[in-house]
Design a protein around this ligand. Structure first.
Ligand code: ADP
Length: 229
């Protein structure tokens, strides 16, 4: 098993590529889904957030009002740090759990779908490959306006707040060029999937896991011999 990071810019087509990979049977660990899951009511992160930010950041149904909380931490770096210190360990633990689950099911590679992969850089050291979904700036602008119903000015503000897609493209080991049709993107995704499936990178972790299991077995056997002899 090995890990592949998938990222992109806002509306560059990351979700589109992620669902194509899912349709091919790839296991996807989606950082956005995990981030929502770890703050669900009755979770540890939920109660810690309420403790620090007050009940006024809750919706009527008890869930966290993500937009309200987002506005608070966007305007205050210390509060942002505090929120991250609550959520990040929980997010990493949940992602790790999902990776182990897929590892035990014998998948060759697991995709980590992480929007800010290159901005935070926390996960890159664990990845064998990184994939950036790219589209040219004009296409990105018009798709974003269309999808989110934003004005050109609002779109430009959002794009300016992110690492430029060109820069991300330079950091990736694979690029999916999504400026064209969905069919064209689908062909590239198929090629990438074949390449990743054919890669021998998965062997190392399997060999290490077998060695660790065998080593543990040996230690237990030795201990049993010592105790019962
Ligand atoms: P991201 O997840 O990177 O924000 P999405 O996958 O949601 O981006 O794509 C942004 C928008 O562009 C969506 O409305 C999607 O349906 C559309 N889109 C994505 N790829 C293509 C494509 N190749 N051709 C036409 N529209 C596309």
């Amino acid at each position: 098993m090995y890990l592949v990071g998938l990222t992109g810019g806002i509306a560059s087509g990351k979700s589109t590529v992620s669902s194509m990979l899912r349709e091919l049977g790839c296991p996807i660990v989606d950082a956005d889904v995990v981030a929502r899951k770890v703050v669900e009511p009755r979770s540890l992160a939920h109660s810690r957030i309420v403790f620090h930010f007050g009940r006024e950041i809750l919706l009527e149904n008890g869930e966290i009002d993500r937009q309200k909380l987002g506005r608070i931490v966007f305007a205050d770096a210390d509060k942002r740090k505090l929120l991250n210190s609550i959520t990040h360990p929980e997010i990493h633990r949940e992602m790790f759990k999902q990776i182990i689950y897929y590892f035990l099911r014998g998948f060759r590679y697991i995709v980590l779908d992480v929007p800010l992969l290159f901005e935070t850089r926390k996960l890159t050291q664990f990845l064998n490959h990184t994939v950036v979904v790219y589209c040219d700036p004009a296409t990105q602008l018009s798709r974003l306006m269309l999808r989110d119903g934003l004005t050109q000015e609002e779109v430009e503000q959002r794009l300016a707040a992110q690492m430029p897609l060109n820069e991300k493209r330079g950091l990736a080991s694979h690029v999916i060029e999504n400026s064209g049709s969905r069919e064209d993107t689908h062909r590239q995704v198929l090629r990438l999937h074949t390449k990743l499936e054919d890669s021998m990178d998965f062997l190392l972790v399997r060999v290490l896991a077998v060695a660790a299991t065998a080593g543990l077995g040996g230690v237990l056997l030795y201990a049993a011999k010592m105790i019962f002899s």
